[in-house]
Ligand binder design. Structure first.
Ligand code: GDP
Length: 397
């Protein structure tokens, strides 16, 4: 999640290390990491009652409608007020289930003020059929406020099912294109220029245009919020696993530097000095981010219609298979210790001039860096295999 520590900050870091010592330098890095982890992302989801807002909010957060933390769905008037739903793994990311525009408590002309539009990074306007006058009014108001909006045409699975029944020469791509184009034309006729419309099924995020919606959001968000979105976004293809991995990888140098300066402890029997607690904490974050925790895995099995045990069979790393503990991480390090330690000794000396480390801290930095990278690689590879299986992609590659 951390972008590169800007050059002037690297200079400040070296000065702090020299003048105030390792504890102060580590505190500086930790503060930087914490700041990055707490960058907020507020996603507003709005549309008429019954259009599928709550189901979309739940699907985005990777939880199904039956989950105890789910936004309530399917009632006659489920969304009467502004409700916030934090992402389960990344609470800095919040989805907001907003009441439909034009409901008695939320008249169109006061809507944006009433829902507190300033806090939102962008708006998703959902409709289960064509977009209406109120949706258009809202989009134009959002635009006036200098914010972005995206149209989601929900429940596409229903349309696809109907089309397969009613069209002899059914073609999924053509049907999708027709629905998309009809929505775009309808919106253009009502005065929206080049509207972005994404046909989606919240029950099958890996199908249809949800992926395109994610790519568009990622492209159009300000740079410092991109990784925030990436880490929280649901995994709907293998590319997203790679992008999440990159976002997590970019943080490792800071984590390793901070811990090498103050918290690294030599591990008996291993030529390694690392902060085991930090490794465990981050391994858990990686596992959850890749959806390999038991709850996410179960939900993937259910939605993909693949037995849980077939998904677990794809996981090779004990970090994925077992509950992550100090013991599990330590054993993992022992197995790959030759790899980790020999490379670490070689690499350690490279960081003495970069960060201004003492030699011992440089070696510890390299050990920690290697250990975290190894953990990340293992879990990312398992995630790739699991998702290939769940999405029924060719597993032989
Ligand atoms: P809200 O009132 O806008 O929050 O709508 P809900 O999320 O409560 O959804 C209304 C109904 O539509 C519920 O019965 C959902 O199960 C159903 N629904 C929502 N999204 C989808 C979807 O993508 N596909 C299908 N087939 N049904 C959906």
């Amino acid at each position: 999640m951390a972008g590169p520590l800007p050059n002037e900050q690297l200079q400040t870091f070296k000065e702090v290390l020299q003048n105030q010592g390792p504890a102060a330098a580590a505190a500086m890095l930790n503060a930087y990491l914490e700041e990055q982890d707490n960058i907020p992302l507020h996603i507003a989801v709005t549309g008429e009652t019954g259009s599928g807002k709550s189901t979309f909010v739940n699907a985005f957060r990777g939880i199904d409608n039956m989950d105890e933390n789910a936004a309530p769905t399917g009632c006659v008037e489920t969304t009467m007020k502004v409700e916030s739903y934090p992402h389960p793994q990344y609470p800095n990311v919040t989805l907001w289930d907003l009441p439909g525009i034009g409901t008695p408590n939320f008249p169109a002309d006061k809507y944006l003020q009433l829902v507190g539009f300033e806090r939102f990074d962008f708006f998703i306007i959902i409709s289960a059929d064509r977009f209406r006058e109120n949706d258009v009014k809202l989009a134009l108001e959002i635009q006036k406020m200098g914010k972005k909006f995206y149209f989601v045409r929900s429940k596409i699975d229903n349309n696809m099912r109907e089309a397969t029944r009613s069209q002899r020469d059914f073609n999924a791509e053509d049907t999708l294109k027709k629905i998309r184009d009809d929505c775009i034309k309808g919106l253009e006729n009502q005065g929206i220029q080049s509207p972005q419309v994404f046909p989606v099924s919240s029950f099958d995020l890996h199908l249809y245009d949800f992926r395109l919606l994610m790519e568009t959001l990622e492209r159009e968000l300000p740079a410092h919020k991109r990784d925030v979105l990436l880490l929280a976004m649901p995994i709907v293809n293998l590319e997203i696993i790679n992008k999440k991995k990159e976002a997590l990888q970019s943080k490792i140098k800071y984590l390793a530097a901070a811990s090498a300066l103050v918290a690294a402890v030599p591990i008996p029997g291993l030529s390694l000095a690392v902060d085991l607690t930090m490794l465990v904490d981050n391994a858990i974050v990686y596992k959850n981010t890749f959806g390999l925790d038991p709850k996410s895995l179960q939900s993937l099995a259910d939605s993909g219609g693949v037995p849980l045990h077939d998904l677990r069979a794809e996981m090779k790393s004990p970090l994925a298979l077992k509950e992550i503990s100090r013991e599990v991480v330590l054993n993992m390090l022992k197995v790959s210790v030759f790899h980790v330690a020999s490379l670490a000794a070689e690499e350690g000396s490279r960081f003495i001039p970069v960060f201004g480390f003492a030699a011992a801290a440089a070696i510890s930095y390299a050990c920690t860096y290697r250990a975290l990278t190894t953990i990340l690689d293992m879990l990312a590879e398992d995630a790739q295999r699991v998702f290939k299986k769940a999405l029924r992609l060719d597993t032989s590659v």
